[in-house]
Design a protein around this ligand. Structure first.
Ligand code: ATR
Length: 274
């Protein structure tokens, strides 16, 4: 049986859960694969990626290399082009390198399918305007929200996203007042144990709160949300597993009949977070 070589390239990568996730998908689908973590020193993406591809079937890309990966590939999907970021590289039938971005649809699948939080006609606030947010905005907008506001500490970056993504509206932090159906934290503030300066009025007991960060226990942002109201909160572990499932189907969709059972994998990984 063929053993497929895959991996995740980024810096850092030591923390990545992608090897376990893909091994679980592979085991359930009867596919044999190796999945390595590959550290990319600053400025070396192209050479590390090319070396990996000498024997690699494809790979995932994590921070901070997603933009480098977008520039590296021969052809790119529409959603990856909008995000200017690639998280999955595969080979086409004529051996070209194709870049895709499964982060946005991974988030939407987690919100809509796993959590049952529909987006159509809803009033959504996205906090943050960095790479994580620009990678998911097109997918959120494609669901047809009633309102999609983007706010950010550096307002100019939110305005740039408004110009780039039709349907998104930049809103300054000091203009936030009304409540939302869904509030998504796409900032990295929680990683450095920092709180966001947003008014608690954006959250009511009916608001769904989603932190794109995940970790053991309730994330810092979600703890803050729960202090504002008895709302529903979720973290980004589901998004991580869903984006991986979509990447897995890009590589193996021609060989497996059904998409991976993400729920089982989310539970397994959740139980081993530290
Ligand atoms: P990523 O690729 O993870 O999105 P990034 O592009 O560096 O990383 O973006 C980080 C985001 O988190 C930005 O929106 C950043 O706000 P600024 O644009 O004002 O820098 C936001 N962020 C990080 N720390 C923050 C904090 N302490 N308070 C508010 N926003 C923060």
């Amino acid at each position: 049986m063929r053993r497929f070589k895959l991996g995740v390239l980024g810096n850092p990568v030591a923390h990545s859960r992608s090897p376990e996730i893909h091994q679980q998908f592979a085991a359930a689908s009867g596919i044999s694969l190796s999945y390595e973590k590959v550290l990319v020193p600053d400025g070396t993406f192209s050479s590390v990626a090319s070396d990996f591809l000498d024997s690699g079937f494809g790979f995932n890309i994590t921070l901070p290399c997603k933009r480098d990966a977008w520039q590296f590939v021969d052809e790119v999907s529409k959603r990856a082009n909008q995000a200017e970021a690639v998280n999955t590289i595969s080979r086409t039938a004529d051996d070209k390198l194709r870049g895709d971005n499964t982060d946005g649809p991974g988030l939407v699948n987690d919100l809509v399918q796993n959590l049952g939080w529909p987006l159509a006609d809803r009033k959504i606030l996205v906090i943050g305007a960095g790479g994580a947010v620009s990678g998911v905005l097109a997918s959120l907008l494609a669901e047809g929200p009633g309102v999609l506001h983007v706010t950010n500490r550096t307002f100019e970056k939110a305005q740039k996203l408004e110009q780039k993504f039709a349907g998104a509206t930049a809103i300054a932090l000091d203009q936030l007042q009304e409540s939302y159906d869904l509030v998504i934290n796409g900032t990295s503030a929680g990683l450095s144990q920092q709180d966001l300066e947003i008014p608690g009025s954006v959250i009511t007991g009916k608001t769904h709160c989603y932190d794109m960060i995940y970790g053991p226990g309730t994330t810092r942002f979600n703890q803050w949300c729960l202090k504002q109201a008895e709302c529903d909160v979720a973290d980004g572990l589901g998004m991580l597993v869903e984006q991986a499932a979509l990447a897995f189907m890009i590589w193996f969709g021609g060989q497996v009949n059904t998409a991976p059972d993400t729920q089982a994998v989310i539970e397994t990984i959740r139980n081993t977070l530290d």
